[in-house]
Design a binder for this molecule. Sequence first.
Ligand code: A3P
Length: 296
Amino acid sequence: MEQDTFEKDLNAIFFKHKGIHFEADLTSPEVIDAIEHMEIRDSDVFLVTYPKSGTIWTQQILSLIFNEGHRNGTEQIENINRVPWIEYNINNMDFKSRPSPRLFTTHLPYYLMPRDLRFRTGKMIYVSRNPKDVLVSFYHFYKIKPNIKCTISWEAFIELFLSGKVLGGSWFDHVIGWDTHKEDFNILFVTYEEMIKDLRSAVKKICKFVAINLDEEAIDTVVEKATFKNMKHDPVANYKFISNDVLDQSKGNFLRKGIVGDWKNHMTVAQSEMFDKVYKEKMRDLPIKFLRDLNE
Ligand code: A3P
């Protein structure tokens, strides 16, 4: 019941298009459909994530890898403009006039991506995160979205998440879709957890994939500027520049905790077991290597 009311309220601010919920204030079905025809350059790099999986973190890493001006602080551009969203082009950028190599961000499922990417032009980096932590992060994120006026209990939000009625659609569909179509794209998979465990190695892995050769000192700078602590205070990286109408950060920060396993502070044993059951059911056809230990 509570979930129904919440869902009804959400329907007023989101729209569903081709299976995915989008923010009605920030994009439209026409914009989403036009993405299919976006012209791709071989040097383009797309960061792909399901929401709350470490997107802005990887935006920061990518922009630092690619741009010396971002590393040495001579170019003060917000990460949202360094690695813009294709489906939420809120600053109306002309993507065609952007110099190569262009960096983009998206939460789109594989089937809504620019068609040219299917010919393995361009590069894609897919970042995933333990869905239990995604769920927690999402729950807190909804609280700082001023257009979501209604409230929902944690319990009901878990149901909503598991049924995919949240921004970006179902976590399961997103991850499974990208994994099962990986052969169609030139794609590197990275996890939030591996970035937490060893950020330097993750940065090097990304550098190798995008064929950028940075010396050890430059790698140090990327790692340093991409730590949670530093990003939280970095005005171009912390999303504080986003207006209060879009994110009310007086109620909580976009860069909230930045840890692995916060779900343990939120989920009861019963909730966790229920989640595991759904996870096992939905993910059963995925290759073992993709399955993570949910309860690590
Ligand atoms: P939490 O809410 O768990 O803290 P996205 O950018 O995809 O929306 O993901 C947001 C999540 O990534 C938030 O998780 C945020 O704190 C975390 N995050 C952002 N930058 C980070 C960093 N440098 N290190 C670790 N986590 C980071």
